[in-house]
Design a binder for this molecule. Structure first.
Ligand code: GDP
Ligand code: IMO
Ligand code: MG
Length: 427
């Protein structure tokens, strides 16, 4: 088996980008299967930080071919900018391909995302305003435009005309804003077409052939299960399936190839945007986690909401993703706390439950049940050997394994590619 999956187990920003980069040196392909440039994946190599939004995080490790899969929504302006930044830095980006079936985020999607968030005002989702929801909505109402539509430009124009008819009506009548001009968009997209045409491929065919011949393929999730359209805290979610199930439909590969399903778990919790967050700390502890952890959005720069580790959330991630391994990140950030609470249960209307209710009113009534751990109060970022970690730190790690019934294969103790303690080699 040669399919590897990396997914987030909380609300995103667990450090997926770092882990994908670490594993990429041994991969033949690295593939994004859902989401778009709402993602912000940070990779640090020898102290140099790169934030990737659409490009797979394997892009910096030049041996792997990188694919933006069918389930992704692609803002071509952002994509071309990201490629240019890497090229300006001296890197050749000739190992990137885009699925013909991926949908294009059009400028009107970005505008509609912003207009709708403004209309919702205090009820807003807190989206990244990158046009993700409006693009996926058009995909499902079947007025979306796909990357492959650029190949036959007259067909692209037909699709655009059809979409604009409806989109412009909504923009004018619902939001009272200026409509988009067909000719301007056609001119912009004829330039985009020239720049992207050689990268457009049928990725499903490439990947199934690669997997069947034993090549190693890593599927890189964006967001996480608590933002999943089905299993997250709806409507405070994203518009795709960031779980391992999303790989099968989003990359178009057979489930039989997915054997290693790796969940990335941050040693505490963060969330960006609105929605329930049971173990949130709106106090000095939350502020300290934000400052030490550098918890500011990699995409929007927004301060992330911070709180203690919620193992009910992580356990749900283990179950719905079928995780074979966990990777624990940012445990170095906890070195400044004398006592570390971990949420191990939810109290709802006087009863303790061990699952996440589906409705917002129920989630809002939950009180966390904490188990308290002694801290270790020493810098662990230079440790590379598990046995050298302070005993209290080992106890914290082993409790997570016990509670989730999932082994922790790698402990990340700093942002750089090298800051790792490997406990069970994944590859
Ligand atoms: P992603 O969206 O899951 O890829 O995560 P982000 O890149 O948005 O956020 C994770 C942040 O934590 C980035 O700034 C990483 O450089 C940083 N990071 C990753 N792993 C570690 C770690 O083990 N320790 C510390 N201190 N920082 C880490
Ligand atoms: P990575 O891949 C954290 C959140 C937004 C908002 C909700 C919906 O870096 O972990 P959207 O723009 O997707 O319609 O916003 O989802 N969100 C993320 N939060 N990390 C992400 O990605 C996110 N992508 C979207 O803040 O609450
Ligand atoms: Mg991120």
């Amino acid at each position: 088996m040669s399919g590897y999956v990396v997914v987030g187990t909380q609300w995103g920003d667990e450090g997926k980008g770092k882990i994908v980069d670490v594993l990429s040196s041994k991969m033949d392909y690295v593939v994004r299967f859902q989401g778009g440039n709402n993602a912000g994946h940070t990779v640090v190599v020898n102290g140099k930080k790169t934030i990737l939004h659409l490009l797979p995080s394997g892009i910096l490790s030049k041996n792997a071919l990188c694919i933006i899969g069918p389930g992704v929504v692609v803002d071509p302006f952002v994509l071309l900018d990201e490629i240019k930044v890497l090229e300006d830095g001296g890197m050749k980006v000739d190992h990137l391909y885009i699925s013909d079936r991926a949908h294009l985020i059009m400028p009107y999607h970005v505008k509609l995302d912003e207009l709708e968030e403004n209309r919702l005002a205090k009820n807003k989702i807190g989206t990244t305003k990158r046009g993700i929801g409006p693009c996926y909505a058009d995909k499902y109402t079947r007025i979306g435009i796909r990357v492959g539509d650029l190949k036959d430009f007259s067909y692209f124009k037909e699709r655009l005309e059809n979409a604009l008819l409806i989109k412009n009506e909504i923009i004018k009548k619902v939001y009272n804003e200026k409509p988009f001009d067909f000719d301007t968009l056609v001119n912009e997209f004829s330039v985009i077409r020239e720049k992207l045409i050689d990268r457009i491929v049928d990725s499903g065919d490439i990947l199934n052939k690669a997997l069947s011949s034993g090549k190693k393929v890593l599927f890189e999730g964006a967001q996480a299960n608590m933002l999943d359209i089905n299993y997250g805290t709806y409507p405070y979610v994203t518009s795709s399936s960031p779980t391992s199930g999303g790989v099968i439909t989003g990359a178009g590969v057979s489930p039989k190839y997915l054997e290693n399903i790796i969940g990335v778990v941050k040693a505490y919790s963060t969330r960006v945007g609105e929605g329930p967050f049971v173990s949130e700390q709106l106090n000095a502890d939350g502020d300290l986690l934000r400052e030490i952890g550098g918890e500011y959005g990699a995409t929007t720069g927004r301060p992330r909401r911070c709180g203690w580790l919620d193992l009910i959330v992580v356990k749900q991630a283990c179950e719905i993703n079928g995780l074979t391994d966990l990777v624990l990140t940012k445990i170095d950030v906890l070195s400044s706390f004398e006592k570390i609470p971990v949420c191990v249960g939810y109290e709802l209307d006087g009863k303790v439950i061990d699952y996440i209710p589906s409705t917002i009113p129920e989630c809002s009534r939950i009180k966390p049940v904490y188990q308290y751990f002694d801290g270790w109060m020493e810098d662990i970022s230079n440790i590379r050997d598990y046995a050298k970690l302070p005993l209290n730190c080992q106890k914290y790690i082993e409790f997570i394994e016990e509670f989730t019934k999932t082994r922790i294969s790698l402990v990340s103790v700093g942002p750089d590619r090298e800051n790792n303690i490997i406990t069970h080699p994944i590859i």
